[in-house]
Design a protein around this ligand. Structure first.
Ligand SMILES: [Zn+2]
Length: 410
């Protein structure tokens, strides 16, 4: 990796240093929740924060919390996560934390004196790769009751409370991590994990909402008949109906608003025999939407689509909602602030929704929350080939610094 000169050098050396912790021979980075690799990374981060004079603690949920400034006033908080997926990259999550750190360093160099404290947080276990417990730290911080997670086991049969005990963090004390009442605003920078910014040659994106998620399962019931003895005009082929539904779902989403996504990720057919017309078929439909209205409309329109396909194919059908998660809008004041500070820093931006979930979605319902995306090369993430250019990283840190300056002066 080429090390940039000048302004971006400090942030980039942090990206490189943190990226070495948990790095494998394959070039991937693996820092799973409550492992020695993540602990080493947390300790590294704590040392970096303390070198800037921040009072740094590891809270009851394993979040690294570093505070600049005195007093009990609610804090302006900036952060992201430093855990990774298995064989992940150096930027997803880590860059948001390191840009927050760089932002604080820039403000100190500028002689800024925060009137309210600024807290930098690295949330525990955003990815959830070890115990299927994503956004664990931010959920604990938001005061969610996580008691139902006590029986989670990792792939080796280690229970979550035992893994936490290795960090001297008792599972029963998780409620101590609740911190919303000490928080007045939250900002998170993250890599885009898509190609929208890169394709438009933009420096950054201001997130409007974290998309809602609708999961449907559609089953078609036809008739299993002999593949040779049944004429083509006398069939009730459930898999054929499912295939037509897949094509129709793609056309439906393509004709919708630009942030709409719909994906058929699974297909089942029964009896699953070479010479039998499929009598039963089922597909999953994963839908991402940016507003509550779009969520309701998507379900209604996909139900109608499935009914039309089934009727045309002479088969019965049923639609089940597997899961439905409402979109989480970002705060308009924070969105405007990020857009304004980005423009002042000379960054070309757009507004866009986040198709992926982030820790910010657990703070946004309670405190004014904003998110800034920086470009991901080729849109790659959760992969050792993740990359964001040093200049884009530094510009992101500058925008965070200017936004933190305003928020901490109030
Ligand atoms: Zn992430």
């Amino acid at each position: 990796m080429n090390v940039p000169d000048g302004d971006a050098a400090r942030l980039w050396s942090d990206v490189e240093a943190l990226g070495c912790i948990g790095a494998g021979a394959d070039g991937g980075v693996t820092r799973l929740a409550w492992t020695p690799a993540l602990r080493e990374a947390s300790a590294w981060l704590a040392r970096r924060c303390e070198s800037l004079g921040l009072a740094t603690t590891l809270d009851a949920a394993g979040n690294v919390v570093a505070v600049w400034g005195e007093g009990e006033a609610p804090r302006v908080t900036v952060g992201s996560h430093i855990d990774t997926v298995r064989c992940g990259g150096r930027f997803d999550g880590a860059l948001g934390v390191l840009c927050g750190l760089e932002a604080i360093a820039l403000l100190r160099e500028d002689g800024h004196l925060p009137r309210r404290p600024i807290a930098l947080v690295a949330w525990m276990d955003e990815e959830g790769s070890r115990f299927a417990t994503p956004t664990f730290g931010s959920r604990a911080f938001a005061g969610h009751d996580l008691a139902e997670l006590s029986d989670r086991l990792d792939a080796d049969g280690v229970a979550l409370p035992d893994a936490m005990a290795a960090w001297e963090r008792p599972f029963d004390a998780l409620a101590d991590a609740a911190g919303l009442e000490r928080t007045t605003a939250y900002l998170e920078l993250h890599v885009e994990q898509g190609r929208i910014l890169e394709r438009a040659d933009l420096d950054a994106g201001v997130v409007t909402a974290i998309c809602g998620l609708l999961g449907l399962r559609v089953r078609f019931h036809g008739r299993a008949d002999h593949a040779g003895a049944t004429p083509m005009d006398d069939r009730r082929d459930a898999l054929l109906a499912a295939a037509r539904a897949i094509v129709a779902v793609e056309a439906w989403a393509s004709a919708g608003p630009p942030e709409l996504r719909a994906t058929v990720g699974t297909v089942e057919a029964r009896p699953g025999s070479f010479n039998v017309i499929p009598g039963e078929a089922a597909i999953s439909i994963d839908v991402r939407v940016a507003s509550d209205a779009d969520l309701a409309r998507a379900e209604a329109e996909l139900r109608a689509l499935a009914a039309a396909v089934a009727a045309a194919g002479g088969v019965e059908h049923e639609v089940a909602v597997v899961h439905a998660l409402a979109p989480v809008p970002m705060d308009a004041t924070m969105t405007d602030l990020l857009e304004r500070t980005a423009a002042a820093a000379g960054a070309a931006t757009t507004r866009l929704p986040s198709g992926a979930g982030h820790d910010a979605m657990h703070l946004a319902p309670h405190v004014p929350t904003g998110m800034l995306f920086v470009p991901s090369r080729d849109g790659i993430s959760h992969n050792p080939r993740e990359h964001t250019d040093p200049a884009a990283c530094q510009l992101g840190a500058r925008v965070l610094a200017d936004a933190l300056r305003e928020l901490s002066a109030a």
